[in-house]
Ligand binder design. Structure first.
Ligand code: ACM
Length: 485
């Protein structure tokens, strides 16, 4: 069975089910959107009509059924010669089961057996609730269609969060009412030149809606108080000397800061976060807080105390990079995103534990294994190396989030995330190639039960997934030690 992420359990049965021209997808009306999604994908793959039948399933159907008793987002998939039945307690679980089925259906019909799915019973549910990828749309801008394609690609691996890094020194990417220069000026650049871009609020809502159709929650990040040159360049009133810096197209970090003792700064933060929260149906808002090297240490703490309160007042749960643990005034339940290494450096572990002590939890994104923008090997044309890169597929697979911060246990971890920073990444195809296949390793760590990591077995399954990626037109790196077909 070549599934990624590996399911909790699977038992092979006898024979197989063959998808035929008359095959239907059956579902109750509450599951109709998932059934339509599955049918649409089956039509594209097989060329068959694949009607959706709302109501009870018949022999020979592929059915999606809702019933109590499954874990959240979990599902059971039973395939036998009479049909395929996916059952779950919520539509997110059905959607996860459909992603499993997508990997079970061959990429092409076999001349003898047709579109056949081997008989099996799979019982499955996620290890972590938060299974995230991050796309940096600030260093290089990625348009709405690119983001949708990226969401579709990660949904195949049962990711359920896309964190959008919407603002940075090189570009401000989300239209904010009352602050038009953020995007008209601050959104006009990106790393290396060539113009930038931004999302109107309607564009952003379009992304959010599409993500929801794929059971992916968007986490918007407005990175403050550092990483703000694009905002400072747009509104000199956000600087302490009232002088707007020029726009920035390089890749240095740590040189920009909002003016910490200006009330205008907090009006800005409240306006921006209020609008972002109103546009975002998901429960989280991310306020960055990383690498504020141009903000004096005391100022940083005062700023985070106040900005995190403003963020929480929007009704969202606040997320910040682990440096925000320096603030003793974080709203209870604030979530820290850990981005030090698998062996914590400096005070990263201590700062991260503070989120847990404050009633929050951690998202683990250790840079040396989860950063998808690291080079694969020294000869990679794309990518950076600063986070202990290069980072091989073996590196991305060979770690566990519960082994990193002493005193932080499984239950303190909300999930994991693979950030894709885009200093060197300029197109969606390049983004896919940096993400895949390493993001598949992260998917397995996020979803599958903790087991001994068997890289050879993973690599065999990865080769199978590679065929699906090719069929879907998703670019990936043909990393060594995988028997790619
Ligand atoms: C980060 O990589 N600065 C979170």
């Amino acid at each position: 069975m070549t599934l990624i992420p590996a399911p909790v359990s699977h038992i092979a049965g006898d024979g197989s089910f063959t998808i035929a021209p008359e095959t239907r997808v059956a579902a109750p009306s509450a599951a109709r959107p998932v059934a339509e999604y599955l049918a649409e994908w089956l039509r594209k793959s097989t060329g068959f009509a694949v009607p959706v039948a709302v109501g009870p399933a018949s022999r020979g159907d592929i059915s999606c059924g809702l019933e109590p008793g499954h874990p959240p987002n979990g599902y059971r998939l039973e395939a036998d010669p009479t049909g395929i039945r996916i059952t779950a307690s919520d539509t997110a679980g059905l959607f996860a089961g459909v992603q499993t089925l997508r990997q079970l259906v061959p990429i092409a019909a076999d001349a003898d057996s047709g579109w056949s799915v081997p008989a099996t019973t799979i019982t499955d549910f996620p290890r972590f609730a938060y299974r995230g990828a991050m796309l940096d749309v600030a260093r290089h801008f990625f348009g709405v269609d690119d983001v949708k394609r990226f969401i579709d690609a990660i949904a195949l691996l049962k990711f359920n969060v896309l964190h959008l890094h919407l603002t940075d020194d090189q570009g401000w990417r989300l239209e904010i009412d009352g602050w038009p220069r953020l995007t008209s000026h601050g959104g006009s650049t990106q790393v290396g030149g060539g113009g930038g871009g931004f999302y109107t609020q309607a564009d952003y809502s379009d992304i959010v809606d599409f993500a929801r159709s794929r059971f992916v929650t968007i986490v918007p990040e407005i990175d403050v108080p550092g990483h703000t040159n694009s905002a400072l360049a747009s509104y000199p009133e956000l600087t302490c000397d009232g002088q707007a810096p020029g726009l920035y197209e390089g890749i240095e970090v740590g040189f920009s800061s909002l003016c910490i003792d200006s009330e205008r700064t907090y009006e800005f933060v409240a306006d921006v976060l209020g609008q972002v929260a109103a546009l975002t149906p998901g429960p989280w808002i991310h306020i960055g807080g990383d690498e504020a090297l141009a903000t004096p240490a005391d100022d940083y703490i005062r700023f985070i105390d106040r900005a995190s309160g403003i963020a929480a007042a929007t009704g969202k749960t606040v997320i910040g990079w682990h440096e925000m643990g320096r603030s003793a005034g974080l709203p209870a339940g604030t979530i820290g995103e850990y981005w030090s290494f698998t062996t914590p450096e400096g005070d990263a572990a201590d700062l991260s534990r503070r989120f847990v002590d404050n009633g929050g939890s951690l998202i683990m994104a250790p840079g040396d294994v989860a950063y998808l923008d690291m080079k694969y090997d020294a000869s990679s044309a794309l990518g950076l190396e600063w986070a202990k890169g290069p980072t091989s597929l073996e590196d991305a697979y060979g770690w566990d989030p519960a082994d990193i911060v002493p005193g932080v246990e499984e239950a303190d971890i909300l999930g994991i995330e693979g950030p894709l920073w885009t200093e060197t990444v300029t197109t969606l195809a390049e983004a896919e190639r940096m993400a895949f296949p390493r993001i598949a390793a992260l998917a397995e760590i996020a979803w599958s039960p903790r087991r001994e990591r068997d890289f050879a077995g993973f690599a065999d399954r990865m080769a199978g997934l590679g065929e699906h990626l090719s069929a879907l037109g998703i670019a990936f790196e043909r990393t060594p030690n995988v028997p790619w077909r």
